[in-house]
Design a binder for this molecule. Structure first.
Ligand code: PLP
Length: 395
């Protein structure tokens, strides 16, 4: 069976009511039929649910589906994407370990690496997403244990060559950890390139409808086993309700991504032609500096487009207030198109030199392209660009 079929048909075992849609196991705990069973569940001679911080059928169904879609053996779900990122690093590394990471990362991932795990003596080296194989290899130290990266990155849409990193990790026996949130499993499967762990913010395309927060780490059994222990003890567990919502959402992921991607490409191409837009970045536009790599490792360009407007925050503000359809929000991955200015929101906490290295300029606008009719979107963005040029000139 194809992945899509398997994911859609993955479901918690039917109850005596023969329900078709999967029930929601909104329960904090599970009962023991006897003292002996309680003992057996705790000493792991019997497998089963005990308490929803450890496991829950609704959560397990969601994890099982992500494992199918990402071709992975096992996984753990977490309350948010950041809990997944944190668990995937803190659950596996220890004092004295070294981490190599791509510089192009989500803002909070930077904070985890530079401000949190660093307190426990886990050191790191950052590399540019497009650094050469020699540069990545030169960063490997005797105590390096993991390479962590995001491709495409938020918000810069920088790509990292997954095949190359897979090769380096294999050669030096490093844990290969990828945040695959922006592509979603519908467009890119890092396990094809040897990734050991794949992290997602399920809040984004997996939910795809802006309703719930969630995160998941899937990957090789040996690592997930350690992460399961870490999560069971420290408690970043996903709520069964959110898991139930997310599990249903995964059944339409491929279908939604097809439309998101086609809308994004059309909007990016239209804005690319506009004389008042300084720059448009989208992995499947030929003008993207890593277009060839995008075509190699992704089956679609994703649904995030960035544009750059000249004129600083005034211009950005004029543009954003002129939009009639797109929402202003720091989230992404919704049916509704969302626009944000990373410099003043999601990435505001980065130092000026870090922003510069990541290409987070004052005029950068991140667009999460939704499922509205694309002609309406093109019209909305075009008129807002034009209004913002006029207001900028008047000022
Ligand atoms: C949003 C996001 C996260 C964090 O996810 P939350 O669910 O908000 O905690 C991590 N990585 C990427 C690439 C993201 O876009």
């Amino acid at each position: 069976m194809k992945k899509q079929t398997k994911a859609i048909r993955t479901q918690t075992k039917k109850s005596q009511y023969r329900e078709h849609s999967t029930p929601l196991f909104l329960t904090s705990s599970f009962t023991f039929e006897s003292a002996e069973q309680g003992k057996a569940l705790f000493d792991e001679s019997e497998e089963g649910n005990i308490y929803s911080r450890f496991s829950n059928p609704s959560v397990q169904e969601f994890v099982d589906k992500v494992c199918v879609l990402e071709d992975c053996e096992d996984g753990v779900a977490t309350a948010t994407g950041m809990a997944a990122v944190f668990a995937s690093i803190a659950g596996l590394l220890k004092t004295g370990d070294h981490l190599i990471a791509s510089r192009s990362l989500f803002g909070s991932a930077h904070q985890i690496i530079t401000q949190i795990v660093s307190k426990w003596g886990i050191t790191h080296t950052y590399l540019d997403a497009d650094a050469s194989e020699e540069a990545w290899e030169a960063a490997v130290q005797p105590n390096t244990r993991m390479i962590y990266l995001e491709t495409p990155s938020n918000p810069g849409l920088d790509l990292v060559d997954l095949e190359m990193i897979g090769r380096i990790c294999k050669k030096h026996n490093l844990i290969f950890n990828v945040d695959n949130c922006f592509a979603s499993p519908a467009l890119q499967n890092p396990s094809d390139f040897g990734a050991d762990l794949i992290v997602h913010s399920a809040t984004k395309w997996m939910d795809g409808q802006g309703r719930v927060l969630g995160g998941v780490v899937v990957g090789k059994k040996q690592y997930i086993k350690e992460l399961r222990f870490f999560c069971r003890q420290t408690g970043p567990s996903m709520s069964p309700f959110n898991a139930w919502v997310l599990s249903k959402s995964l059944e339409t992921l491929n279908l939604r991504m097809e439309k998101h991607v086609s809308n994004a490409l059309k909007l990016a191409a239209a804005l690319d032609q506009h004389p008042d837009v300084k720059q448009v970045k989208y992995p499947f536009l030929e003008s993207h500096p890593q277009y060839e790599l995008a075509k190699k490792q992704m089956s679609g360009g994703g649904a995030i487009v960035t544009i750059e407007l000249e004129g600083g925050f005034e211009r950005v503000s004029g543009f954003m207030s002129a939009l009639k359809i797109a929402s202003l929000s720091s989230n992404l991955g919704d049916t509704r198109t969302i626009v944000t200015n990373p410099n003043t929101t999601t990435h505001a906490k980065l130092k000026p030199e870090e922003k510069q290295l990541l290409g987070i300029t004052e005029g950068l606008i991140r667009i999460s392209v939704g499922l509205e009719d694309v002609d309406d979107l093109i019209e909305d963005f075009t008129q807002a660009v034009e209004v913002s040029v006029k207001s900028d000139i008047l000022e």
